[in-house]
Design a protein around this ligand. Structure first.
Ligand code: GCW
Length: 671
């Protein structure tokens, strides 16, 4: 019975000509002598894959010949088998070529070979004939990370997939085999780093017993090309009573962190570095001592630099109460620090200026800090998009951000910024993981696609979310063409549906307080102004929306002039972001001919219809999907339809109570 544990690495039996074709091209595996643990992992995966698809395991071959899969580096491959395309491939890239009837997987490192092995399996798994697999690929970003918001008690902040996969109680001695499957899944995408603990970090994580646990995980993950990183609480030495202050410019503090880094690197020689959330949502930071983010980041960077480590310093800040516009705070604090960060610091910026909303404009820091490496942080877990219940394929959302033109230079999209077009190396992307110990890993079958899409886009930020969805469906559900197309259509519609029934036309942050599930646009009494939904929609008798133009908070001025000009006028602002940037009267005519009010209602209605459409399409797919997974998805879609209606009804009723307007005729979607 299919339970989803195998993710996209299912390798289910092929039949007939397809099976025969794989058998012909994968009769034996040839690897360099004395294969490293990484090459052994590649061989094991190829064996598992071929065995799964054909029922027969390939033999261990000695010589490259027709029908063999040959893994090798330029040093190990005989000249006749050295494929073209190896130059400028970097450390992690791979080439797959057919040479003299053999399939040669070549790379400069063993990790590249592992990625190549997974690429071959992916190609075959998506229906490419094995004798046609021909590929050259290298990652466009250096750091491709998952950020786990996993706490030391195994709870997961904003996690909807069960408790943390890290069994801290059992570690370091007990090494759950699941860690290996986690590593395989990540390596199959090219994810090469994992931050083990929540950015809301505890000091304990940097004490000896926890370093030993992290070291055990690092040992398990290392053969798969995955480095371990830790979130560090800025005040750790002070809170452990080992210094009298956490002031980053105090010599005893810098010395403490240097010693701590040395201690960590003794246990984890390839430790990746620190991730830090400072002076945000109550976390301690350098500003507590009137020092800047750069002062704090650079002090930590100096501690890990001798070991080759990096510091990822988050730009998600809203420390002081912000009565005017929280969206402006990160830019205000960070942009003036451009060029002041040490070379091994990356500033990690969320995709949008508020907080992982169903839709946000891209963050204005992208393109505005040309002398600072910026990392992009996506949220893979669906804090604001229906948890692990609603179907919302995030690939299209990620692509929307990545392909946003920052307007700072011709062709300078967000993707180009994080690829280092302005600031040079280092480069990276982080995804807040949606992984837990649920049998499906992600709490639902379709949420696995978000892990997959994140990983593929971290490898290639120019990738197409639709192509990625096709790949995922082919490996995870079916290659039957009609069914595959239908599932991809569902995925590509799903996030749009969520935007429509939750926050259409640029609305944002109107969800329930604290848990962030369900609508609560009426909430107005929370202690801090920027926690209240009314702060964001500003609906009143006259109209709705947040004026971020010059007549309002002027957050628009943080964007490049070309973008700022376009978005300054509601007529040239995309309707998807209209109420993000403008406060407009309810009776404003929209391009559709409707008033703004009628348009808003129409979008909510549309969202409900789209959710119902997902359910209907899925029901028709029953013949193509195994019973258990079909039923588990169907149940969630039922909930999604109900909750879409809840969002629509609650938001419309509330906005009506404010506007005093009647429901436009015929608006209620048919039951
Ligand atoms: O999205 C918000 C979440 C917090 C989270 C914070 C952050 C880890 O509601 O739970 O804390 O962002 O990104 O730091």
């Amino acid at each position: 019975e299919e339970d989803g544990y195998d993710l996209w690495l299912r390798y289910r039996p092929l039949a007939g000509a397809e099976r025969a074709a794989v058998l012909r091209q994968a009769r034996e595996l040839v690897a360099p002598a004395l294969p490293s643990p990484t090459v052994q992992a590649a061989l094991a995966e190829l064996r598992r894959g071929v065995q799964g698809m054909t029922g027969l395991a390939p033999a261990d071959g000695k010589r490259a010949r027709a029908g063999a899969i040959v893994l090798g580096t330029p040093a190990s491959l005989p000249p006749a088998l050295r494929p073209t395309g190896l130059d400028r491939l970097g450390n992690e890239g791979y080439v797959i070529r057919r040479i003299a009837g053999a399939t040669v997987i070549a790379a400069h490192t063993d990790t590249g070979l592992l990625y190549g092995a997974f690429a071959w399996l992916r190609a075959v798994g998506t229906g490419v004939a094995p004798h046609r697999v021909d590929e050259r690929s290298a990652p466009r970003l250096q750091q491709r990370l998952l950020d786990h918001w996993d706490n030391l008690d195994r709870s997961v902040e904003r996690g909807y997939a069960g408790e943390s996969i890290w069994d801290w109680w059992g570690l370091p001695g007990v090494r759950d085999p699941r860690y290996i499957d986690y590593a395989r899944a990540n390596a199959s995408l090219g994810i090469n780093g994992t931050v083990l603990n929540n950015v809301n970090a505890k000091p304990e994580i940097l004490t000896a017993p926890w370093i030993a646990k992290a070291a055990a995980l690092a040992d398990v993950l290392r053969p798969y090309g995955i480095k371990v990183y830790l979130s560090a609480r800025f005040s750790t030495p002070l809170e452990l009573n080992e210094t009298a202050t956490a002031d980053p410019l105090a010599p005893e503090v810098a010395a403490w962190w240097r010693r701590k880094a040395d201690e960590i690197y003794r246990a984890i020689p390839d430790f990746g570095g620190f991730l830090v959330k400072a002076n945000s949502e109550g976390q301690p930071g350098p500003q507590d001592y009137r020092r800047s983010h750069a002062d704090g980041a650079n002090m930590l960077a100096a501690a890990v630099a001798p070991h080759g480590g990096i510091v990822m310093w988050r730009a998600f800040v809203y420390a002081a109460e912000n009565p005017v516009d929280r969206a402006k705070q990160a830019y205000d604090e960070f942009q003036p620090l451009d060029g002041r960060f040490a070379p091994n610091v990356l500033v990690q910026v969320k995709n949008g200026p508020i907080d992982f909303q169903p839709r946000e404009p891209f963050h204005p820091l992208f393109g505005a800090m040309p002398r600072t490496p910026l990392m992009l942080e996506f949220q893979v877990t669906k804090e604001y998009l229906g948890y692990a219940t609603h179907m919302a394929y995030l690939g299209s959302m990620f692509e929307e951000t990545l392909q946003s033109d920052t307007g700072h230079a011709p062709g300078l999209t967000v993707a180009r910024v994080i690829e280092g077009a302005q600031a040079g190396h280092p480069t990276g992307m982080a995804g807040v993981a949606n992984i837990g110990s649920s049998r499906t890993w992600s709490g639902s079958h379709f949420d696995q696609a978000n892990w997959y899409a994140y990983g593929r886009l971290a490898w290639n930020p120019q990738g197409s979310s639709r192509a990625i969805a096709r790949e995922w469906v082919a490996q995870t559900f079916t290659r039957a063409p009609r069914a595959l197309d239908d599932i991809v259509v569902m995925m590509m519609d799903s996030r749009d549906a969520v935007v429509n029934y939750m926050t259409p036309l640029g609305l944002h942050h109107i969800m329930g307080t604290g848990h962030h599930h369900g609508p609560a646009p009426w909430v107005a009494e929370l202690a801090r102004p920027e926690w209240n939904p009314v702060y964001y929609h500003k609906a009143d008798r006259g109209g709705i929306g947040f004026d971020r133009t010059a007549s309002g908070s002027n957050a628009l001025a943080q964007y490049a002039p070309a973008i700022a000009r376009r978005y300054a006028d509601p007529a040239t602002t995309p309707d998807t972001l209209l109420l993000w940037f403008h406060h407009l009267p309810w009776d404003r005519p929209m391009p559709s001919g409707r008033t703004l009010w009628a348009e808003l209602v129409a979008r909510y209605d549309l969202g409900v219809m789209q959710a119902r459409g997902l359910r209907t399409r899925w029901a028709a797919l029953a013949p193509f999907v195994d019973a258990r997974r079909h039923a588990e998805v169907a149940q969630r879609l039922d909930v999604q339809v109900e909750e879409a209606q809840w969002w629509r009804d609650a938001c419309i009723a509330y906005f009506q109570s404010v506007s005093g307007l009647a429901l436009p005729p015929g608006s209620r979607p048919p039951a």
